[in-house]
Design a protein around this ligand. Structure first.
Ligand code: BES
Ligand code: ZN
Ligand code: ZN
Length: 472
């Protein structure tokens, strides 16, 4: 799909109606809409005028995703028609940003395995912006194209079934990407994990027939005007499959667990965009890639693991594996002494219970950092909710036989206790610089919503890119 800043007329014109104000329509258009029972809210196509009307609900006008979502929904309908080009008008750069995001994200579809492809006929979008600076509009469109491509790359990786998207597959994918764009990609294998004494990560990977990898991506700008580059480290949970291990998941809960690699795939998308944008910051991406499986060699409830930072962990449930992999990855990441340390993980079902499908949990020890992230995520089109840590919860993951237990003694607040557990593996000097994002809800949804078609959404990618852009 090509979006250009041009006066060219598309085959179909997109018209926005805010607050049911249909006064801008011609009499024939009004008559057709009234005949179709359209009352000013929702999308409708008027074939004889070749006009696609997007009616924006007044109650949603202040919701930051309204324009993006309407465009995405419009694209999902339009691409099924035999229309090759559309045109629309925009009044501000912010509007252009939201319009482009809606179009490019709404146009994604995962049909690799379908014989009948969901082919889109729509190829060209012309945006008329006579009142805006042409250079600024062109550069903005180019930026949004990069970011939307990264979100779609993340979605594609997550959607790829677990028989194909193994840890090795992700490694090869990101190796090729790093060569194409020019960032560093170090792949660490089992021997490295053993040398680093990553006993928690290694335990999770034991029963899988696929080798685990810790991948370390690094991007640094080739030249920079800044003397002091900020360092951002992103850590991603990359369980290419989570069947629960010996604490096996019931079948209904096992499906969709190919998406348990969403954190790592989001980190790939984040580094991809920031490198392509040539951002003036040092960016690291740490991926913890493995599978949580069953077998004679599987780690067990009752095992006691020693993590990289020396803390011992009693395993009481092998399905709480993400925090074990991340424990060692966060300890490794702490050594990089970042200015910001952010982990992304489909960590707990409890976070979905707390916030619902569409919202990521934002956790950490620094109130301002959490608030800042929440605001930035929202401006980037992603929903977040802060789940507060408190010292009373700490006793819930105490163990009688080890320093910590991998599950809390109460299920209440267990998105928070999982987050606090992760904090035990972040260097103390970095706790104020650390954020934990639980993306279990929004990363993969089995229905289309907002700018997202069925399946993987790329949750966290846009929010983190915007965060770096604002904090670098
Ligand atoms: N990968 C799951 C969490 C998850 C659940 C992600 C639903 C996406 C959707 C995680 O590894 C897990 O199984 N967590 C357990 C923890 C429990 C055993 C303490 C959970 O949330 O039930
Ligand atoms: Zn699990
Ligand atoms: Zn998991």
């Amino acid at each position: 799909m090509k979006i250009s800043n041009s006066h060219q007329k598309g085959e179909v014109k997109i018209l926005f109606i805010k607050d049911k104000k249909i006064s801008q329509l011609t009499k024939t258009q009004k008559d057709t809409l009234s005949l179709l029972g359209f009352e000013g809210i929702g999308n409708i196509f008027i074939p004889e005028n070749k006009t696609f009307v997007i009616g924006i609900d007044k109650s949603l006008q202040d919701f930051p995703n309204t324009l993006r979502d309407s465009l995405a929904q419009a694209i999902m309908s339009l691409k099924k028609l035999k229309i090759k080009s559309i045109s629309l008008e925009a009044q501000s750069l912010q509007e252009i940003k939201e319009i482009c995001e809606g179009i490019l994200l709404g146009n994604y579809t995962f049909d690799t395995f379908k014989n009948e492809k969901n082919k889109s006929n729509l190829k060209e979008v012309y945006i008329h912006a006579p009142t805006l600076d042409k250079k600024a509009v062109d550069s903005l469109i180019a930026q949004i194209q990069i970011i939307a491509n990264s979100v779609n790359t993340t979605r594609e990786l997550i959607n790829t079934p677990p028989m194909e998207a193994t840890p090795e597959y992700i490694v090869n994918f990101v190796k090729n990407l790093s060569k194409e764009i020019g960032f560093e990609c170090k792949v660490h294998n089992t021997q490295f994990l053993e040398k680093e004494k990553m006993g928690a990560f290694l335990a999770v990977s034991k029963a899988s027939c696929h080798n685990p990898y810790l991948v370390h991506l690094t991007y640094k700008p080739k030249t920079s005007k800044k003397s002091n580059l900020k360092k951002f480290v992103f850590v991603g949970k990359g369980l290419t499959y989570d069947c629960g291990g010996l604490s096996l998941k019931p079948s209904d809960y096992m499906t969709t667990m190919k998406a348990d690699k969403s954190g790592a795939c989001a980190v790939i998308g984040i580094v991809d965009s920031l490198a392509r944008l040539g951002i003036e910051a040092e960016i690291h991406g740490i991926l913890g890639l493995t599978e949580n499986m069953i077998g004679g060699n599987a780690y067990k409830p009752d095992d006691i693991l020693i993590a990289r930072n020396g803390k011992s962990i009693e395993v009481r449930n092998t399905d709480a594996e993400g925090r074990l992999v991340l424990a060692d990855c966060l300890s490794y990441a702490s050594d990089l002494k970042p200015d910001f340390l952010i982990d992304l993980a489909t960590l707990t079902g409890a976070c979905v219970v707390a916030l619902g499908d569409y919202t990521m949990g934002i956790m950490g020890y620094n109130p301002k950092l959490k608030e800042d992230f929440l605001k930035i995520a929202s401006s980037a089109g992603e929903l977040g909710g802060i789940l507060p840590f408190n010292p009373y919860l700490k006793k819930l993951y105490k163990s009688e036989v080890a320093d910590l237990c991998n599950i809390p003694s109460s299920r209440y607040g267990s998105a928070i206790t999982a987050g606090m557990f992760l904090g035990e593996f972040v260097a103390e000097s970095l706790l104020q610089k650390w954020l934990h994002l639980d993306i279990a809800g929004p990363a993969y949804v089995e229905k289309s919503w907002g700018v997202n078609p069925f399946g993987a959404t790329g949750a966290g990618v846009r929010a983190c890119i915007e965060f770096v852009k604002q904090k670098a």
